[in-house]
Design a protein around this ligand. Sequence first.
Ligand code: ZN
Length: 361
Amino acid sequence: MINQERLVHTFLDLVRIDSPSGHEEAIGRELAARLAALGLSGERDTSGNVFGWLEGKQAAGDWLLLCAHMDTVGQDQGITPVLGEGVIRSDGSTILGADDKSGVAVILEVLQVLQEQGLPHRPLEVLFTVEEETHMGRPGRIDLARLRAREGLVLDSGGPIGSFVISAPSQDKLTATVHGRAAHAGSEPEKGINAIRVAAEAIAAMPLGRIDEETVANIGFIQGGTVTNVVPELVTIKGMARSRDDAKLDRQTAAMVQALEEAAARHGATLDIQTERPYHTYRVAGDAPLRRRIEAAARRLGLEPRPTASGGGSDANIFHRAGIESVPLSTGMADVHTKREHIAIADMVACARLLLEIVRW
Ligand SMILES: [Zn+2]
């Protein structure tokens, strides 16, 4: 029932609409129009997120949320999709945007099939979000009060079709400014406190990279100093830590802060440190009804259900926090956030078949 040609066409159309995070006006208008054409009561909240509800004549059961994000990572525009040997890629100069336009296209195709075939299905709540790549955990980013569902599928993950994410980490963000003291580096360096040195010693002392199977940490940004003959006064560093265990994450972030405090104390520097936890871990139990439903649907289609633990957050983290048990499903997107990003048409079609099987009553 899934129309491969139409699905691919939809995907290519969406990829060609520029939508870097924060610039979702055009794609938002397009998606609201597409939902309206499918008979959904589409609307947009003040952030630009697009909502739609499809109760349908043949609906039964509780609301089920279907979500994908409409923004694409980074600043790439003018994406030119290239089709070859059953795989869609970019022309090599940009990302493709299968993250997450494959999820959007799959949801639209499933809605279309439900409508034209008149199939009985769960009442469906559709949400296409903005700024998932940049501000996922920002309070108020999504008007969650509009949502009716208590269960959701987030079409925003990779891996073989049948893969779904049952656990994702919390994230802590850390921003630190080291305040040293400026001095002429040639005539009186002893009067200075070198903020770059303090930051370097702190970073070198931090546990970073893969800490354990469910915990990672990274310093991804550093900026400071002015010219070579001045002892640098200011350095800013930014980093993050993630874990699927909040106690481990607490310890990791504390260790990073402690490394900064010790290095600052050794040199008499001062610090401004900000930490925040924009999103929180979740775990879907083995007997959760939604998980059972996904696994049963996959088996009916001859797909192996693959529950996985992820190292990345998604809108599912936000929904869990709001009491909506949500599971990210793989659309087949691969090498996301790189110019090598691609998706196999067969995977996208298989994902649509699986989603249709899950939502049918
Ligand atoms: Zn994504």
